[in-house]
Design a protein around this ligand. Structure first.
Ligand code: HEM
Length: 167
């Protein structure tokens, strides 16, 4: 009896974990851009400002990759439990668009965290040497990739709600 109840609860707990990871990730991005960055702008010392931002971004980055891994794993289980994979169904179309955007988001995240971010950080710590043109380009590109990620995240949320309603 208890085993059957637990088996019924598992898909729901999985969906809850999926939504929790989405909340932590998108909520964290909104907190960074709407609260942390405006507050940091009020810090007078540019060195301290950059250092605080880098520390926050590094800590948040670890959390983001954990959330994305949880979203993908629990997302696969969601498809297995709730999915309507009949060929040509609206559900499958919405799921296809959502997964396409998730793939773009992961690709952007990898580009930001492993290419743009390290080059932008290097521009600020070249031991007195002037930053190269590419380094400066990366400094300008980094916040735009962050904003694009946030926009994609919000669109994926809309698609997630549409998915639930397209059974
Ligand atoms: C990174 C991004 C993702 C975000 C932000 C996200 C967000 C969400 C949210 C908020 C829900 C709940 C919607 C509701 O109950 O109204 C949901 C449901 C769902 N998600 Fe995701 N998700 C993501 C990735 C994925 C992935 C990678 C998959 C598949 C591999 C997936 C498959 C599903 C499925 C099947 C549901 C249940 C829809 C239903 O009720 O039939 N999601 N998602």
């Amino acid at each position: 009896m208890a085993g059957a109840t637990l088996a019924c609860m598992l898909p729901f707990l999985n969906l809850w974990l999926h939504v929790l990871a989405a909340v932590i990730w998108i909520g964290g991005m909104l907190f960074l851009s709407l609260v942390a960055v405006p507050v940091l702008r009020q810090v007078d010392s540019p060195l301290l400002r950059a250092d605080l931002f880098r520390k926050m971004a590094r800590r948040f980055r670890r959390l983001v990759w954990i959330c994305i891994a949880v979203l993908i794993l629990t997302g696969i289980v969601n498809v297995a439990y709730y999915g309507n994979t009949a060929p040509g169904s609206p559900y499958l179309k919405v799921l296809g668009i959502k997964l396409g955007l998730v793939a773009v988001l992961v690709a952007l995240g990898v580009t930001h965290d492993f290419i743009i971010g390290p080059r932008a950080a290097r521009a600020q710590s070249r031991d007195g040497l002037p930053p190269t043109g590419t380094d400066l380009l990366m400094v300008q590109l980094a916040p735009w990739v962050g904003r694009l990620n946030l926009l994609l995240g919000v669109i994926i949320l809309v698609l997630a709600a549409a998915l639930t309603r397209s059974h």
